[in-house]
Design a protein around this ligand. Structure first.
Ligand code: SAM
Length: 233
């Protein structure tokens, strides 16, 4: 089973990379256009959800394949099989490797949201993702980036919780997934700097479930360890 999971995971990544130049048009029912990058299964109604996982890849395939995917992903740790299948059936997913691009046209989105995703990209890919977020947003649109706060991680170290700091933040031992690994970390000043370089202005630190972005009661999670930042295009 472990080998099969590895093969499926690697194939899922390869398919994501092959589609790196694709641009998808957004179905007309999505208005305003709200895009959730690196969504995992933390999704809510009315959003365009983009992720490189098997969940996103199989979401548009026939239903029996959802049940098969349930067995091949770690989803059973968090969801029953029926909940998982409902999530795939009721939400709109695009499968894409976001380390390369966002598969949308220029200036189509009103909101771009990402939670606990940016740190899964190497620094230069993270910079590219913020530049891509700027590109796909309309002028005046809002980006909200939520990451595990580097300052919080270091406070764990100072408090003597060294293993928790390392395992939760730097060497995430979630599973064998390449996508599950953290590849960079940010505190507020670093994220502010990266957002400025991507072209954003009015960069502000926000509180849990507070800001201009809609549906934060459904989207924001992990209140204690996270840094919540919004900026304007
Ligand atoms: C820790 S989960 C966060 C899920 C959700 N946003 C949340 O707040 O719980 C990180 C997500 O990023 C996705 N991911 C990591 N690297 C990716 C990449 N290069 N392209 C697309 N998705 C990626 C993973 O598949 C996973 O769903």
């Amino acid at each position: 089973m472990r080998l099969l999971r590895r093969i499926v995971e690697t194939s899922t990544q390869l398919i994501g990379r092959l589609k790196r130049n694709q641009r998808k048009s957004i179905p007309s029912q999505f208005s305003p256009v709200k895009v959730n990058l690196g969504c995992g299964l933390a999704v809510t109604t009315g959003w365009v959800n983009i992720d490189g996982s098997l969940n996103a890849l199989v979401s548009t395939l026939p239903r029996p394949l959802h049940r098969l995917a349930y067995r091949l992903t770690g989803a059973s740790r968090y969801y029953s099989e029926d909940e998982y299948c409902r999530l795939l059936r009721d939400h709109y997913f695009i499968h894409h490797d976001l380390a390369h691009s966002i598969p949308l046209a220029d200036g189509v989105a009103d909101f771009v949201y990402s939670s606990h995703f940016l740190e899964h990209l190497f620094r230069k890919d993270g910079e590219k993702l913020l530049a891509e977020s700027f590109r796909v947003l309309k002028p005046g649109g809002t980006v909200r980036v939520v990451v595990p706060d580097l300052a919080y991680a270091l406070s764990l170290y100072s408090a003597g919780e060294k293993e928790k700091m390392l395992l939760d933040n730097f060497f995430v031992e979630d599973d064998d997934s390449y996508y599950a690994r953290h590849k960079y970390m940010y505190d507020f000043a670093m994220l502010e700097d990266a957002l400025t370089r991507a072209g954003f202005h009015d960069i502000r630190r926000c509180e849990f479930r507070k800001g201009h972005t809609p549906d934060l009661a459904d989207l924001d999670n992990r209140p204690d360890e996270s840094l919540f930042v919004e900026a304007t295009r």
